[in-house]
Structure formats: C-alpha cells, structure tokens
Design a protein around this ligand. Structure first.
Ligand code: UTP
Length: 292
C-alpha cells in the first residue's frame, strides 16, 4: 500500500510564553523576530518546503498579531508599489498564502501541548498530519527538518518524530525516547517519557518539536489525561500509540535553537545574522571587538 503524502500541518501557538515576559504580554512569542522574520515564518517556510498544503494555527487570547501577519496588508502593498519599493514588496510574498490555506482555531485555556493539538482535530480530519512548534528553530536550509522526516515517513509510515542527542544533564527538560534498533539516523521508538527525573532517562534522544502523527493520536488525546505539570501532554499520547503503530525518530543534523528560551533566541539571532550577506560582516566585526 502506498503511503499518502502529509498535507496538513498544525502549529500550536497557544502557549503563554512566560519565559519571555514582559515582551510576551503584548507580542506573541511566535512573532518575536530572528533577524527580520518572526519565528513563525521559519516554521511555515519549513512546512511549505515539505509539501504541506494546509496550515492550522492553534491560537489563544492575545495572539491576534498572527492573523494580521498572514493577512493581505493592502495599504502597505499599495504604498510600497507607489514608491517603487520592489525589494520590500518581495519580502512580503512569503507572508501571503493563497486564501483558504490557513485556518485558525482557538485553544481556550493553556491546558498543554497535547490539548492544543487536539483542538485542531476537526480541521485535521482522519489523515496523518504534521506538528511544528515554531519556538524550536531547526536550521538546516539545505535539508529542512520536516522535509527529511517526510522522506523517512514515505518509507516507514506510521509516526515519525525529530530528535536530537542532548547532554545527559539536560534530559529532564525534554520528552525522551526509549530507543529500539537504529538504522543510520532513524531509530525505532520503543517508548517515550516526558521530562524524566534526572538520572532516569532511557536515552539522550530528545524530541525537538517536529512530529508526523497518525490521526489516532487525537482519539488518545480526547481522554484528556493530565501528565507532567498537570498539562495534557502530547508525549504521553504518543507513548500510548507505540506498539500499535510504527514509530520512528529521525536525528536532526542541522542546528537547533530553542527560541522559547532567551539565550537560545539570542544565539539564533547571532547565528543567522552572521550568515546574512547584508548584515553578517558588520555583526562579525562587532563580535570580534568584544572581549568575551
Ligand atoms: P512551551 O512549553 O514553550 O510553553 O510550549 P509556552 O507557554 O509557549 O512558553 P513558556 O514555557 O511559558 O515560556 C511549547 C509549544 O506548545 C505550545 C506553545 O505555544 C509552544 O509552541 N503550547 C503550549 C500550546 O499551544 N498550548 C499550551 O497549552 C501549551
């Protein structure tokens, strides 16, 4: 049986972003820029590169800026056209998808990532779907993370998640894989534990915010079971599916920035700025002058 390509991606953006207060009091975390693009745009570009056609944003109160961002700003467009600002006009192209490709659904309370994903169930329907957490910036322009996962999915089907080997002392911050057989970068997933207590992690393979999942995960999430932190955890729901469906992890080979964290966000800005031909040289010169 041939495996159908994944066409829908869910972007859970309902979190409160407390680590980024006070900025996130008025600006959604996903709209914080890395150089000149909001975090969300990087995740959307990654999804489009993987062939995603439908984008579902699970938003919450105070996230209105997201809808504005993907809307047609006709006054701005007209004014740029009048003034012949073609380069600036071109930068807007990626913010404007064909009407009907984006849907928004509200998560009415921040009950956890699993709950946010479940809020998208009626739009996702009964097909495999992708989940991308935009605050995880997975930077690998030559081989975007979701595209690589999708290639693996086309071979093995079932569920495919992205993982990274993290230092043993950091495993308590992540969903950690209990690994089975490995074939290159692809590891069979035998179990998943959300934020294991220090010293108890079954491996150092941490889930890093990209998932291709089968629709049955929505049925598991529907039970509304609370896990770590009293939240409905996606990791717990995925763990229940292991053994019933194929489940694999693909190790990400690019650079991952945790942009939900202040230090990670600043590192992403510096790293991506250095790669830019327009501002890279100035930033590099300035960094060299710093006695660090
Ligand atoms: P985080 O754990 O980073 O939580 O969520 P947060 O609220 O965004 O940020 P902090 O920890 O308070 O600073 C990981 C992802 O899950 C989404 C977030 O938007 C983020 O993309 N999420 C989390 C939801 O959509 N809803 C939730 O209830 C919780």
């Amino acid at each position: 049986m041939s495996i159908k390509p994944v066409k829908t991606a869910v972007f859970p953006v309902g979190g409160q972003g407390t680590r980024f207060l006070p900025a996130t009091k008025a600006v959604p975390k996903e709209m914080l820029p890395v150089v000149d693009k909001p975090l969300l745009q990087y995740a959307v570009d990654e999804a489009l590169a993987a062939g995603i056609e439908r984008l579902v944003f699970v938003t919450a109160r105070g996230k209105g800026a997201l809808e504005e961002y993907f809307d047609l700003a006709w006054e701005l467009t007209e004014s740029l056209q009048r003034r012949g600002k073609t380069a600036e006009l071109a930068t807007l192209a990626a913010t404007q998808l064909e009407p009907g490709r984006i849907a928004y659904v509200r998560q009415q309370e921040p009950a956890g990532l699993g709950h946010a994903v479940w809020c998208a169930r009626h739009i996702v329907g009964r097909e495999a779907f992708a989940v991308l957490l935009p605050d995880e910036l997975l930077w690998n322009p030559a081989a975007p993370a979701l595209k690589e996962m999708h290639d693996v999915y086309a071979r093995v089907g079932g569920n495919v998640i992205s993982v990274l080997e993290v230092p043993a002392e950091h495993t308590h911050r992540y969903g950690i894989v209990s690994p089975g057989a490995a074939d290159g970068l692809v590891t069979q997933v035998k179990g998943l534990v959300e934020k294991p207590a220090p010293g108890t992690a079954p491996s150092r393979l941490a889930a890093i915010g990209r998932y291709i999942l089968q629709p049955e995960v929505m049925d598991v999430l529907a039970a509304g079971k609370r896990g770590a932190g009293g939240e409905i955890q996606l990791t717990d729901a995925m763990a229940e599916m292991i053994g019933q469906q194929p489940f694999h992890a693909l190790t990400f080979t690019g650079t991952r920035f945790d942009c939900g964290d202040k230090a990670g966000h600043i590192m992403a800005n510096v790293a991506l700025a250095l790669e830019r031909p327009d501002i890279g040289p100035a930033v590099r010169d300035w960094l060299r002058q710093q006695a660090v």
